[in-house]
Design a binder for this molecule. Structure first.
Ligand code: HEM
Ligand code: HEM
Length: 184
């Protein structure tokens, strides 16, 4: 008998979803906090940790994307699909695709900014990462703004995503959240 498509996300997808959700929220919080600190060893330390954790997010996002391509998302249950107007189905797909794009664009812009500003990234002080842009003040200024705008866009998408997930859970009560929770 052919296996029926799973109604839930698989264990690895769920583990990566929650791990990366926590990491991204922490990245965002630390990013906003550290830029306003006065120049100090503490600020430098936070900048380094932000960069190292950000590269880790980038690597985990690659694993996540490859896993997602290998194991497509479970289709939405027919009852949920029927209850959703067309724009909501498109928003559901669209926010997921955009978030995936930003999982790469945000850390890549941060990495490029660091290189352009003349501070190559040495991951956890051990692995020197290549610079894929030249040192340039003009480029660094543009990438600094780019990293910020992309990070803020991701934060807005996440807010919309969480609001939608909670609406499905508390208002529609359609069991969508359970697809992304550990357990049976
Ligand atoms: C992976 C997700 C990442 C998120 C969500 C994130 C988020 C942020 C945020 C919100 C800020 C504050 C922006 C502002 O208010 O001006 C920031 C600043 C910064 N980020 Fe990231 N970041 C990420 C990855 C990275 C990576 C991989 C690097 C470098 C390797 C990096 C380097 C920086 C630097 C150098 C700043 C300070 C910019 C400044 O001094 O104005 N970030 N980041
Ligand atoms: C930084 C925080 C978060 C990010 C970046 C994020 C990102 C994502 C992404 C990209 C997907 C699509 C997964 C895929 O198809 O591979 C997803 C699915 C999902 N997320 Fe989040 N998420 C975050 C936080 C949350 C929170 C706090 C909740 C719950 C309140 C939540 C609930 C869900 C649910 C229920 C799904 C599955 C939707 C479905 O059944 O199609 N997420 N999330």
């Amino acid at each position: 008998m052919a296996p029926t498509p799973s109604a839930r996300y698989d264990g690895l997808a769920i583990a990566l979803h929650w791990l990366l959700a926590l990491m991204l929220i922490a990245m965002f919080g630390v990013g906003v906090y550290m830029v306003d600190l006065p120049v100090s060893p503490q600020r430098l330390k936070l900048y380094n940790w932000h960069k190292w954790a950000g590269i880790t997010v980038l690597a985990l996002s690659l694993v996540r994307l490859l896993w997602r391509l290998a194991r497509p998302a479970p289709p939405l249950p027919a009852s949920v699909l029927q209850a959703m107007p067309g724009w909501q189905r498109q928003a559901h797909q669209g926010t997921h695709v955009l978030m995936y794009l930003l999982f790469f664009a945000v850390p890549l812009a941060g990495w490029a900014y660091s290189s352009a500003a003349g501070f190559p990234v040495v991951w956890f002080g051990r692995i020197a990462l290549p610079d894929f842009v030249p040192v340039s003040k003009t480029l660094a200024d543009a990438l600094q703004i780019g990293h910020r705008v992309l990070a803020m866009s991701l934060a807005l998408l996440v807010l919309a995503h969480v609001a939608a997930a909670l609406k499905h859970h508390w208002v529609d009560r359609d069991g969508l959240l359970a697809r992304m929770l550990p357990g049976r």
